[in-house]
Ligand binder design. Structure first.
Ligand SMILES: [Zn+2]
Length: 252
């Protein structure tokens, strides 16, 4: 599954304007959650993610859940973080993160801005990568087919169903859980901003996909100017500074 993802993700990231780190399967570490200490588990829960990327050692850690499809979603999500733009600042003798993707760190790495927007772009790309490639990756095809079955019976938002996992909770007792893609609220907010940008009189008929690609490009390359220009054109001069200062982007 990992090789299948790594083979395909390079072109995908290029398509959105990003550069790819050299990535090899041994940089990915799958951790059995039941073997974590209580403290480790608490740290992971606080981050709200099922995996994380350690920039210093270029390692992606995935908290395995026993479903290859669900783990693949985590792998791809974390690989996008790993390949997003990084800039560092020297504060005293310590190197701290100034930017990762769309995130902006201030006050010695304490405050984070645009982190929700960063997650929205990362998960939107994850969903797109899934749709384009997961069905063709050995080890995932079975779960993807079962997901299709559930999607075909869903009343609304069928494409939001990311995985369907059946687990034995007690001997002889099975439970099926339907998981949506992560950061649903953040992605809705992202598309609301994109729609407002497209609807603005000064937008010059820019399309939704172009605007999304401006956000994705900014995340991968660190070049914020195209996004800043779109935001200023929509919300007025000086609005990007305000936009960057609010944790969720636009707060009105
Ligand atoms: Zn994330």
């Amino acid at each position: 599954m990992v090789e299948g993802i790594l083979r395909r993700i390079r072109d995908f990231i290029h398509e959105y304007g990003g550069e790819v780190l050299s990535l090899s399967p041994d940089q990915l570490h799958f951790v059995d959650q039941s073997r974590l200490t209580e403290q480790e588990r608490a740290n992971v829960a606080r981050a709200g993610e099922r995996g994380f990327y350690i920039a210093d050692t270029q390692k992606v850690v995935v908290l395995a859940e026993g479903s290859p499809l669900r783990d693949a979603e985590t792998v791809v999500h974390e690989l996008f973080h790993a390949n997003s733009f990084g800039s560092y600042a020297l504060e005293g003798t310590e190197l701290t993160n100034r930017r990762i993707g769309l995130r902006i760190f201030r006050e010695e790495g304490e405050s984070v801005y645009l982190d929700r927007l960063d997650e929205a772009v990362v998960e939107e790309l994850t969903k797109r990568f899934d749709g384009a490639h997961f069905g063709g990756i050995p080890g995932l095809a079975g779960e993807v087919a079962r997901r299709e079955e559930f999607r075909s019976r869903a009343n609304a938002e069928a494409d939001e169903i990311a995985s369907v996992v059946t687990r034995e909770v007690r001997p002889g007792e099975w439970r099926t859980v339907i998981y949506p893609y992560a950061y649903g609220e953040e992605r809705r907010q992202l598309w609301r901003i994109i729609d407002e940008i497209c609807a603005a009189p000064a937008s010059m008929e820019v399309g939704r996909e172009d605007v999304f690609r401006a956000f994705a490009g900014a995340m991968f390359t660190g070049r914020l100017t195209p996004v800043a220009r779109l935001v200023e054109r929509t919300y007025g001069k000086g609005s990007f500074a305000e936009f960057a200062d609010s944790p969720n982007g636009v707060q009105r």
